[in-house]
Write a protein that binds this ligand. Structure first.
Ligand code: COS
Length: 385
């Protein structure tokens, strides 16, 4: 188990209490209806938890990466769908953190402190794993850019007040022609599609976005033209461990609920034998190892050293563990498990292996790091490559 400071323990405990009060009692209902959860944003406003990734100079809580992961684990423990809302908002903020200037940070982060949410618009119908293949364009005219294109699978899109949208300012340059923009909800020509119906994380909002001649002030360009792909990659390095954290929470919850069911079913002479109890032990081994891989990535990030590989490892390992542990929990409880909340945990786990870069893409990132000598990789990352 990772050693936490007293402050981290207090923040974790507060998150646990918040989740027990607001998330756990509502998770099953919202999973059934597939509705989004504005009530939770309302409840979060007071705790300012959506501000945990915002630096103090912009009025935020400025938690370090490890502490943010502790909170996200608790949200994942309560409901991975609701946790996804928080994680996706931080994902969009990360792009502004990576490349925003002072004014952009102030404008983007201020609503987040009041529990408004953001969305990250990179994926397109023809550009998912191949993130550099997007077709959305941004043409500069005077002091504006005019954006045209379609984004898909955009988490929080239905309810976000602000978006980070990636678009080609120089289509001929391919991925070196991608740029990143802050786009506010409600601009003429910016429309939101129907909510997608999903296997899991059903209370989170996932939509298509349509941009038709959307005029965006040039002041909303993040960094410089052509820096979009690098901004996106750095953003995803920062954000992928959030999925690892949700996964750890999800896996721990499935294990805890499974243990309760085992204890209720097997009493006295029927107490589970080693066949079953050793499986529970294996599940706890997996969850603990996953948590440590997450904390390792977060400690590296907090230390300011390169952590792309460890970010990808934590995302892959933790989400694979969530899938295995939740599925095992259902298997152990049989029909009772299949008909219980364990089934929700299993459904919620699948997306953890898919979004914010599939685990196949993570393996690409990890294998490149493994095959590249460490000093060369560190130098490349230090140079912003
Ligand atoms: N930090 C900074 N820059 C990075 C980087 C990182 N972690 N990873 C890559 N880059 C840079 C590269 O250095 C390269 O720039 P130069 O050509 O100037 O050197 C540029 O970004 C493109 O990277 P690369 O050449 O590796 O591109 P590829 O197309 O080969 O691979 C992958 C890019 C597959 C890794 C990328 O498309 C990806 O992450 N895909 C998944 C997208 C995703 O996660 N989507 C989820 C959206 S949110 S639900």
């Amino acid at each position: 188990m990772s050693i936490l400071s007293p402050e981290q323990q207090a923040i974790k405990q507060a998150a646990k209490e918040f989740v027990a009060k607001y998330i756990i009692p509502n998770a099953v209902t919202y999973d059934k209806t597939g509705e989004f959860h504005p009530f939770l944003l309302e409840a979060s406003r007071e705790s300012k938890i959506f501000a945990m990734a915002v630096p103090k100079e912009y009025g935020g809580l400025d938690y370090d990466a490890l502490t943010q992961a502790l909170v996200l684990e608790e949200w994942g423990y309560g409901c991975a769908g609701m946790g996804t809302t928080l994680a996706a908002s931080i994902l969009s903020m990360d792009s502004v953190m990576v490349a925003g200037n002072d004014d952009q940070k102030r404008r983007y982060f201020t609503p987040m402190i009041n529990a408004e949410i953001g969305a990250f618009g990179l994926t397109e119908p023809g550009a998912g794993s191949d993130a550099g293949a997007g077709k959305t364009t941004a043409v500069k005219t005077g002091d504006e850019y005019i954006l045209n294109g379609t984004k898909c699978w955009i988490t929080n899109g239905g309810f976000a007040s602000e978006f980070v949208i990636y678009a080609l300012t120089d289509p001929a340059a391919g991925m070196k022609g991608i740029s990143a923009f802050i786009v506010e909800r409600g601009l003429p020509g910016f429309t939101i599609g129907q909510a997608d119906h999903k296997l899991g994380i059903r209370s989170s909002s996932t939509v298509e976005l349509f941009l038709k001649d959307v005029h965006v002030p040039a002041a909303n360009l993040l960094g410089k033209e052509g820096e979009g792909m690098k901004i996106a990659m750095k953003t995803l390095d920062m954000a992928r461990p959030a999925i690892a954290a949700l996964s750890v929470g999800l896996a721990q919850r499935a294990l805890d609920e499974c243990v309760k069911m085992v204890q209720a079913r097997f009493t006295g002479k029927n107490y589970p034998g080693q066949t079953l109890s050793f499986k529970l032990a294996d599940m706890q081994i997996q969850v603990d190892a996953a948590r440590l891989s997450l904390h390792n990535a977060m400690r590296l990030r907090d230390a300011g050293v390169p952590y792309s590989k460890e970010s990808a490892i934590s995302k892959t390992f933790c989400s694979d563990v969530a899938m295995q542990v939740t599925s095992q929990a259902v298997t152990l409880m049989g029909s009772a498990g299949y008909a219980s909340e364990l089934g929700k945990f299993m459904r919620d786990s699948k997306i953890m292996q898919i979004y914010e870069g599939t685990n196949q893409i993570q393996r690409l990132v990890i294998s490149r790091a493994v095959l590249t000598p460490a000093p060369a990789m560190a130098a490349a990352q230090k140079a912003g490559k």
